[in-house]
Design a protein around this ligand. Structure first.
Ligand code: FAD
Length: 632
């Protein structure tokens, strides 16, 4: 972590100095804001944490709840989310308090005594090493706490306004430039002003207000998909049991078709039991939701026979039926006007996709929605990118949501299918292992657009697929020989990363890298010069790093081209953390299939690979970035 370049920092470096709007942030919600985030769930809070990094953006969050979430629904945190937490600076802390999933046990009926369950396969959770980050279980409320801390400690000092709900929203037809086209009516749900209304005008609104989204209704979007026809009881319990795998994630299928998903929880002792309540008749009219916790416990006991569950305390339980639905668009621009109008209102998270909880995806996908729209809004509001960037939000995230619905529908169906009706006895665990990349959060692959290039040069770095998230790898820092993980330097600060992987020549010798660096640092058509504000640090928009093939001990830092040793901050200090060398024990060139002739890998602010190019493709790099970013 770097923090002294603006002067000596004596306190907690995670508490950044307030700046811009954060200095005199009004205590009351003002009448005009740049971004209004509605809802402080995972989608809303990651958006707030990202936007809070931008001191000149007036971001406000309104939340119906009177205060902090005490007990959340979600608890499964996929590795992609932990990677995201790392970018926001709290992966280590949350990992320390979480439960870590390392394997999953599949229980099924004993073929000799079908009324008894027996343990089947116990595959590892991440057999292929998809990520260096773990799969965690931790309460959603804690995730929100961490994002709230990041937002409050960031330059714009964003804190949710609790006890305020959105009741109406309208978008003006023809907003002029710089206008506030979205009018939002809010009502106080708590406190001395309870019941009174307040109107706010916003440039943009993020509707992160959950499955019953008022924002979605206001912009006329519809949730499309099947209705729920299967119910589950879920309970967090403190219990005593002779079931041997109570501290392991389990999928349990009994002989009569009843099934359980068992998730051990953080802090020990506590476990979450998802208990199948079966098909719900069409004329049920929600009666299944009246199922008592005693009935859920009794059913759990029948499913895990011959074992017994003696429940001592139930801190939380619920009955839910969730259909598989996705909204017909994620912003307020109708399909026939796409590309002709700037979207002003965006839906994120459960507001635009709902599905079952059993694949543990909702919170995870919602956070990626929130991050995706937040960095794009920040780019547009700070003048870094054209408004057309905003249309890519719906285009990218709608596909992800549909993939999620399809995956979850299949996983839910398999979980609820009696084992004897599956094609073979190991079908469920085989599906789990085969599709592991999806629930880990790494299947997302964005299609070519103004921020994702084509794949014409993919062969130069096969381990960094264009459109997928940048899979980090170990390297060594040249300045001090420290082991580092290249991707872990990419913080959620809204910057693009440009990684130059060197050809074989050493620094100082004639090389393709040297020519590229000279061009990037000085040429009139350099994208670095074009997109960096005159009063900003040289890495304010494009964070350029180099990775050499030689061991770090053979590289003289001062021989490295200057573009990789930028001078930053008011003291013009040299940044020593841009120059890396391959780690001989885990050579990034080998691990990620990088051509020994060198390559350039461009990564978006949300860690997705935007382009892979040869060191010689200067025009292509400049043209690609000119399509994504405005001149400074
Ligand atoms: P929410 O978390 O629903 O947040 C929306 C917020 O908006 C709320 O705080 C609400 O109070 C507020 N709000 C609503 N209306 C208004 C309004 N009009 N004005 C102002 N504020 C408003 N997902 C996982 O990834 N992993 C899991 O393990 C997992 N387990 C789950 C278990 C259960 C039992 C359930 C039901 C869900 C589970 N999920 C899980 C799904 C996950 O909880 C949701 O997908 C996630 O919370 C969605 O986040 P969100 O920010 O979109 O919405």
């Amino acid at each position: 972590m770097q923090f002294h370049h603006h002067g000596y920092v004596t306190g907690d470096p995670y508490v950044r100095p307030a700046a811009g709007y954060g200095v005199d942030r009004p205590a009351e919600l003002p009448d005009e804001v740049d971004v209004l985030v509605v809802g402080s769930g995972p989608a809303g809070m990651i958006a707030a944490a990202q936007l809070a990094q931008f001191p000149d953006i007036r971001t406000h969050v309104v939340e119906r709840r009177a205060g902090r979430l005490e007990m959340g629904q979600a608890d499964g945190i996929q590795a992609r989310s932990v990677e995201t937490f790392q970018a926001f600076g709290f992966a280590e802390r949350i990992t320390a308090e979480a439960y870590r999933i390392t394997e999953m046990a599949f229980w099924k009926p004993d073929p000799d005594r079908p009324e008894h369950i027996v343990r089947g396969a116990v595959p590892p959770d991440d057999p292929g090493g998809i990520s260096e980050f773990p799969h965690l279980i931790v309460n959603q409320a804690r995730v929100l706490d961490y994002f709230a801390e990041v937002a409050a400690n960031a330059p714009a000092r964003v804190r949710p306004d609790y006890g305020l709900e959105l009741v109406r929203l309208t978008v003006a037809d023809d907003p002029g430039p710089g206008a506030y086209p979205v009018t939002v009516t809010l009502r106080h749900t708590a406190g001395p002003q309870e019941g009174t209304e307040h109107t706010v005008r916003a440039r943009y609104v993020i509707g992160a207000d959950g499955a019953h989204s008022a924002v979605r209704q206001a912009i006329g979007r519809r949730a499309v998909g099947d209705k729920a026809n299967h119910a589950w009881g879920v309970m967090d319990v403190l219990a005593v049991t002779d079931f041997p795998d109570v501290r392991t994630k389990c999928a349990i299928q009994s002989h009569d078709g009843g099934s359980i998903l068992l998730i051990p929880r953080e802090g020990g002792f506590l476990a979450r039991w998802y208990v199948d309540l079966g098909e719900v008749p069409a004329d049920d009219a929600g009666q299944v939701r009246a199922t008592t916790v005693q009935e859920i416990i009794a059913r759990a006991n029948r499913i895990i026979h011959p074992y017994a569950l003696d429940v001592r305390d139930v801190p939380w339980h619920s009955v839910y039926e969730v259909g598989h639905r996705v909204t017909d668009g994620f912003d307020d621009v109708p399909a026939d006007l796409a590309g002709t109008r700037t979207p002003r209102v965006f839906l994120a998270g459960d507001a635009c996709h709902t599905h079952s909880a059993k694949a543990g995806q909702g919170m995870n996908v919602s956070m990626q929605d929130g991050w995706n729209i937040a960095w794009k809004l920040a780019h547009v509001l700070t003048g870094r990118a054209p408004e057309s960037l905003l249309a890519t939000y719906s285009a990218e995230r709608h596909v992800v949501a549909q993939d999620l619905i399809d995956f979850d529908r299949e996983w839910s169906r398999l979980m609820a299918t009696p084992p004897e009706d599956l094609p073979d006895p190991t079908y469920l665990e085989d599906f789990y292992v085969k599709t592991a990349e999806f629930p880990c959060g790494f299947m997302t692959r964005y299609q070519p657009s103004m921020i994702v290039s084509g794949t014409g040069h993919q062969h130069l770095a096969t381990g960094f697929p264009v459109g997928k998230r940048f899979k980090s790898a170990p390297v060594e820092r040249v300045a001090d020989g420290n082991p580092a993980h290249l991707g872990h330097h990419a913080r959620a600060d809204g910057r693009w990363r440009v990684y130059a992987f060197a050809d074989a020549a050493a620094p100082g010798e004639p090389s393709a890298l040297g020519d590229w660096a000279q061009w990037l640092g000085t040429a009139p058509d350099s994208p670095l010069l074009r997109h960096t504000p005159a009063d900003g640090d040289p890495d304010a928009v494009l964070d350029v790093k180099v990775v050499y093939q030689q061991g770090h001990g053979t590289i003289e830092h001062t021989a490295v081209p200057e573009v990789f040793r930028p001078r930053v901050g008011p003291f013009d200090l040299v940044d020593y953390e841009k120059v890396y060398a391959a780690d001989p024990a885990h050579d990034i060139f080998e691990l990620r299939g990088i051509d020994r002739g060198g390559a350039v890998v461009v990564v978006r602010p949300d860690q997705y690979v935007a382009a892979v190019l040869p060191l010689t493709a200067r025009d292509e790099l400049a043209t690609f970035l000119a399509g994504a970013l405005l001149p400074a």
